[in-house]
Design a protein around this ligand. Structure first.
Ligand SMILES: C=CC1=C(C)c2cc3[nH]c(cc4nc(cc5[nH]c(cc1n2)c(C)c5CCC(=O)O)C(CCC(=O)O)=C4C)c(C)c3C=C
Ligand SMILES: [Fe+2]
Length: 416
């Protein structure tokens, strides 16, 4: 029997439920995989979606969504490898399918053979962001179009990388303010890939939910720190050039990367048992900021500049020489800056009760050699945070600019 959801292009998931309410929810239940019958959900007097559910982030645009978009409460990162024998034509068809699916899901529409997992939800700020890894170009005969910026990252002494959870031909970042909307999108994209590409690795992350705190604030990570304070801001004059490849491509970028960006992805385990043994004062000296407000140890509020010269009564630096915020500051790295947009992760406890938790660190920049690499080199040499973290996987992906309603993401690369 045909799936009624697949026959209703353009109909929103909420409107479909309203229709089902009038015609009887049994019709949907019979067709959709797993069954989605719920007369309660299909009532005409169903309450309005909250702003969390009804908020949508435009999929189309100069840049792909999910880069400058405020971090959502749920995230999935997934890398795919092309299946044996699948080349450029198959990859182009896949990117076309993925684009159409992302267009529908980000506006709250159902997709073909919809599983119904997000049937009663609005778009919930869903974003879907697509990227290409180094290996993609060789597999598709496009090695001459591979950007130099995709050259492998250098080794860092503190790396403990698992190759099975690193790299990948294709990369997708999903974010949404609802866990079911995010999972539904992940499954839809995986199904679109069937026969063309296989999941290589997949990671699940989260951030705090909208409305969880009385005042909007920068998110906290699983060490309890306010994290993201000194990110470059879109209103700053050099934001675009730091984060995005310019029109026509940069000096070292192919034209197909115009308005795109490079994502560095690292699964960073936090050694939380060790971290939590430190007293509050020691924890604050590791970062160089207060834990409660995020203010620099040299005073002020979260947004006050760090005073890197200030000394205390004992003559020592108030923000210690190895403090993470000092070492990673653009002033200490020839201006190197990146847009950090991480998710936290928690994948359970091992047999000794040690949490497998930390940060799915994702940072965005126009050039990884002027963003992530110099900062990580410096951190690798003497960051006070290093004893409490472990980099366990790594990826670097070229994320092309966005597309319009008639195109698809990556079209300039795959058709050009
Ligand atoms: C190579 C880049 C970075 C990695 C890897 C990294 C890991 C990491 N960071 C924190 C917590 C904080 N980082 C903070 C600031 C900060 N971190 C980086 C870079 C990396 N961090 C930069 C560029 C900055 C900004 C520095 C500046 O502009 O002054 C902070 C302070 C608050 C803030 O500005 O966001 C915290 C807290 C963790 C826990 C972590 C790995 C798990
Ligand atoms: Fe950091």
């Amino acid at each position: 029997m045909n799936d009624p959801l697949s026959e209703t292009p353009g109909i929103s998931r909420r409107r479909l439920l309203g229709t089902a309410g009038a015609a009887g929810a049994a019709g949907i239940a019979a067709g959709a995989a797993g069954g989605v019958a719920s007369t309660a959900l299909a009532r005409d007097d169903a309450p309005a979606l909250t702003t969390v559910g009804s908020t949508s982030v435009p999929f189309h645009g100069k840049h792909q969504a999910g880069i400058v978009t405020p971090p959502q409460s749920r995230g999935h990162l997934v890398a795919f490898d092309l299946a044996p024998g699948q080349g450029r034509k198959a990859a182009a068809a896949l990117l076309r399918r993925w684009t159409r699916t992302a267009e529908r899901l980000t506006t709250g529409e159902a997709v073909a053979d919809d599983t119904g997992v997000a049937l009663d939800a609005g778009p919930s700020s869903l974003t879907v962001t697509f990227g290409f890894g180094h290996s993609f170009f060789g597999r598709t005969g496009l090695a001459d179009r591979r950007p130099a910026s995709l050259d492998p990252l250098p080794d860092f002494s503190s790396d403990a990388l698992d190759p099975r959870r690193s790299h990948g031909d294709l990369w997708v970042q999903l974010g949404a303010d609802d866990a079911l909307v995010a999972f539904h999108a992940l499954r839809a994209l995986q199904r679109d890939a069937a026969g063309t590409a296989r999941v290589r690795w997949q990671m699940n992350g989260f951030n705090r939910s909208a409305g969880a705190t009385a005042r909007p604030m920068t998110t906290r990570n699983l060490m309890g720190q306010i994290d993201g304070t000194r990110n470059p801001r879109p209103e700053e004059p050099d934001f675009q050039e730091r984060v995005f490849v310019p029109e026509g491509g940069g000096p070292k970028d192919p034209a197909w990367m115009a308005h795109g960006s490079y994502a560095v992805v690292r699964r960073i385990r936090m050694l939380l048992d060790d971290w939590e043994k430190l007293g509050l004062r020691e924890q604050e000296r590791v970062i160089g900021r207060r834990k409660d407000t995020g203010a620099p140890l040299t005073g002020g509020s979260e947004t006050t500049e760090l005073d890197l010269e200030k000394t205390g009564p004992d003559g020592g630096l108030v923000i210690p020489a190895a403090a993470h915020a000092r070492i990673s500051a653009p002033e200490a790295n020839g201006g190197a800056a990146m847009l950090r947009r991480p998710f936290s992760f928690h994948d359970g406890f091992d047999e000794r009760g040690v949490p497998d938790a930390g940060l799915l660190f994702v940072c965005w920049q126009a050039d990884p050699l002027r963003g992530f690499v110099p900062v990580q080199r410096k951190l690798d040499r003497g960051d006070a945070l290093s004893p409490f973290i472990r980099h366990e996987s790594s990826g670097l992906f070229a994320v092309p600019g966005g597309c319009g309603p008639d195109g698809y993401v990556g079209e300039e690369l795959l058709e050009g």
